[in-house]
Design a protein. Sequence first.
Length: 235
Amino acid sequence: MGKYKKKKGKNDAIRAKITTKIGREITIAVRMGGADPVGNMRLKLALQKAKENNIPKENIKRAIQKGAGATEGQNYEEIVYEGYGPAGVAVTVNVLTDNRNRTAADVRHVFSKYGSSMGETGCVGWMFHSKGIFIVDKAVTDEDTVMELALDAGADDVKTGDEEFEIITAPENFDSVEKALAEHNIATEHAQITMVPDNLIKLNAEDAEKMETLIDALEDLDDVQDVYHNWDCNE
């Protein structure tokens, strides 16, 4: 539970980087699907991420304007890199870049620096599937209520943790589950469409430390938007 939550910024530099990355995601979402979040799932999720990270409204407005063509902006392309972490952990890295060669070199450098390896396209991507995830604090509602609501709205599963419920849904049912929760005033701590692995790998303490360092280094790259893996980091 909780592995879908983004780490909160520890300092101003990290906060600034998160703000830039989310702004870029908003811009791309607007370019691809327009400035209205109704009917533009990608923008809706980017705005949700902005809200969770307390991104200033001015930054959000600027990112939307850039996407709509009101201001000049670079042309970014989306690329997914795949590879293996310690003990064969599957890793996929989603990037938005205006310089494919630079980004590929940066990602490859991080993999090799931390004893991991970048693989061919498709080498691990098949292990991951797109899923909608909602995290609801247990203080907000009870298990029977959230279970009934979510499953009736089309959710695949509801998992109960120590402090929260985790609702898992197919991407096409994300809207209906979100609407059902909102109609019953059940607030979510976190909501996103993410990549969920088929299986998880447990690591010993040494490999877990290496894996954490690898993820941090990849996420620190300016062009990297998201890093997904199948390390069971909750053990």
